[in-house]
Design a protein around this ligand. Structure first.
Ligand code: OAD
Length: 244
């Protein structure tokens, strides 16, 4: 559990900060019931990345990949933002210079009201055409298997950044700005092993930011951050923004 003094230090830094950046991972949505990737029941414990989350997998067997994304859409459709998502959305409204970077594709930050957000790994509620590249919102559950584009008839795919694919340059630019210029970076609920996000704490630290991590477990970034608060996002994040 986070010690009272460390919590106080982070609260003070946040209260004094003009520019705040938050980076989140699957752990923040774990408290809403969305499975993480690498935890005890994590998705990558039961499924193989190379069968489901690579461009090669989609080329080989698009039906299987769509089945898996339909299963995840069905699951996520039943989940709601938790107190941590809500506290971050509230912080955005209070802080003049705020940016949220999330690796999560579940859309729960937007559902909680966050608007200044880069969803760097995409969004499970968006679909992209493999032919003409048009991205559209789509909340169908399930999506018909092997959906085709109404404009060019090419196959539609989930708007997700798969392993081996690059992040979009607009998102990378927004992230770089938000990391280079923040006074405080909060890193919440990520195992810190997937790049480029795994390098974001050190980018902000080198640029002079105060960096705090919120996670029940330690991560490869724990030794470089200023403070590690050990605990669950839904318990700790709302406390951070309470008046001092
Ligand atoms: P992981 O599943 O790798 O890590 C989840 C982290 O959340 C772990 O460090 C847990 O200790 C922590 N955690 C668990 N419960 C928590 C809670 N209640 N509060 C706070 N933290 C908690 O998920 P990510 O780091 O997000 O990529 O994974 C990064 C990327 O790998 C994902 O975006 C995904 C995956 O493959 C794509 O979907 C493209």
């Amino acid at each position: 559990m986070a010690s009272g003094s460390n919590l106080g230090i982070v609260k003070q830094r946040l209260a004094a900060a003009r520019r705040i950046t938050v980076l989140t991972g699957a752990g923040i949505s774990a408290d809403s019931g969305v499975p993480t990737f690498r935890g005890a029941d994590g998705l990558w414990r039961n499924y193989r990345v190379e069968d489901l989350a690579t461009p090669e997998a989609f080329q080989r067997d698009p039906r299987l990949v769509w089945e898996w994304y339909n299963w995840r859409r069905e699951l996520i459709a039943t989940k709601q933002p938790n107190e941590a998502h809500k506290a971050i959305a509230k912080l955005e409204r209070r802080c003049p210079d705020f940016w949220l970077i999330t690796q999560n594709v579940d859309g729960l930050h937007r559902d909680a009201g966050s608007q200044k957000v880069s969803e760097i790994h995409g969004n499970i509620w968006k679909i992209r055409c493999t032919g003409c590249g048009v991205v559209e919102d789509n909340r169908d559950v399930p999506v018909p298997l092997l959906p085709s584009c109404p404009r060019c008839e090419a196959l539609l795919r989930p708007h997700i950044v798969w392993f081996g694919e690059s992040l979009c340059t607009v998102d990378l630019d927004s992230c770089s700005r938000a990391l280079q210029h923040c006074d405080v970076l909060l890193v919440i609920g990520t195992s810190g092993v997937v790049y480029p996000a795994a390098g974001f704490a050190s980018v902000a630290k080198e640029a002079g930011a105060f960096v705090a991590e919120i996670n029940p477990d330690s991560t490869p970034q724990s030794s470089l951050v200023d403070v590690s608060l050990q605990g669950r996002a839904k318990d700790l994040v709302p406390l951070l923004f309470d008046p001092i």
